[in-house]
Ligand binder design. Structure first.
Ligand code: CA
Length: 304
């Protein structure tokens, strides 16, 4: 018995020693970084949205740069890997992109690290960086405008209002600053909304849809925007859902089946609140007639 204990503790000791060395090796090492990639392709379409990619020193120069990062992003996200989708070479100003997301257009690519446009693939990347890359869609005037929202992610409740600012790089004597994008229409999961950014690039939108990773982006009639990407997690609000359903019911009759079941669920879950339940029943009665309401009430009674 004693021997077993001795062996066990020796094993635990060696294991913890191993764990300690593994942890310290990781914290000291600089040979990988987690980077979040957003990429717009040659058609101006978002093909990667804040995808987490592990970047390693692909070209073995002892540094983690954008060149390594784009290679790893294609290896992880592009069909056929980096060999099919990405190519870089050393140009007269340093390393440059020859192919991005499968598109070879003679050098029309842009990229930014944490919303700051980068000039070279040799720029460093670090853990937690957001890298945005895009293929120019306007190969005549190069009008594609990189832009970004003041936030990348957020949590909210359905029906909440959210104030956003859409920004773009502004080039001045002191280097690159930022300015507003005016007149951009906000899109939610690819659908245009009524919300348009003002002269300060600001817009307040109401989050009508619930869901995870709802994509908020922007488009413009006057400028070629590289689509910005904001991912929102919006928690469903039952009251908001009910209101929406009722509106749908009054405008069409084809959704009656769905509505009835939704209402039943609502009435059942709020059985302790007679006021809510009664008003729900009232709207059903108006729409479906007294006989349906009677059947509904009967079923409700049974449930009670
Ligand atoms: Ca490298």
């Amino acid at each position: 018995m004693k021997k077993v204990i001795a062996i066990t503790s020796a094993f635990i000791l060696s294991c913890s020693a191993m764990c300690i060395s593994a942890v310290s090796a990781e914290s000291e090492s600089n040979d990988s970084a987690s980077v979040y990639f957003t990429i717009a392709d040659k058609d101006g379409k978002l093909v990667a949205i804040q995808e987490k990619v592990e970047v390693t020193d692909i070209n073995n120069d002892g540094e983690l740069t954008l060149d390594d990062a784009f290679y790893c992003a294609h290896e992880a996200l592009y069909e056929g890997g980096a060999e099919a989708g990405y190519k870089s070479s050393i140009g007269s100003y340093g390393p440059m992109i020859d192919k991005l997301w499968g598109a070879e257009n003679g050098g029309g690519y842009g990229f930014a690290v944490n919303n700051i446009m980068s000039n070279g693939l040799g720029d460093p990347v670090a853990d937690g960086d957001y890298v945005d890359g895009f293929v120019y869609t306007d190969l005549l005037k190069w009008s594609d405008l990189y832009c970004w929202f003041n936030i990348r992610n957020g949590e909210a409740k359905q029906g909440d209002e959210l104030e956003l600012t859409l920004k773009k790089p502004v080039y001045g004597n002191d280097g690159v600053g930022e300015g507003p994008v005016e007149g951009a229409t906000i899109t939610v999961n690819g659908e245009k909304t009524e919300y348009v950014t003002d002269a300060e690039g600001k817009v307040t939108i109401k989050l009508d849809e619930a869901g995870e990773d709802i994509l908020i982006s922007a488009t413009s009639d006057t400028e070629t925007l590289v689509p910005p990407a904001l991912l929102m997690n919006v928690e469903a609000d039952e009251d908001v859902t009910t209101t929406t359903t009722t509106t749908t019911t009054t405008s069409t009759t084809t959704t009656t089946t769905t509505t009835t079941s939704t209402k039943t669920k609502k009435a059942t879950t709020t059985a302790n609140s007679p006021k809510t339940g009664d008003s729900g029943l009232g709207s059903v009665a108006v729409i479906f007639g007294a006989s349906v309401a009677a059947a509904f009430a009967f079923r409700r009674k049974e449930n009670d």
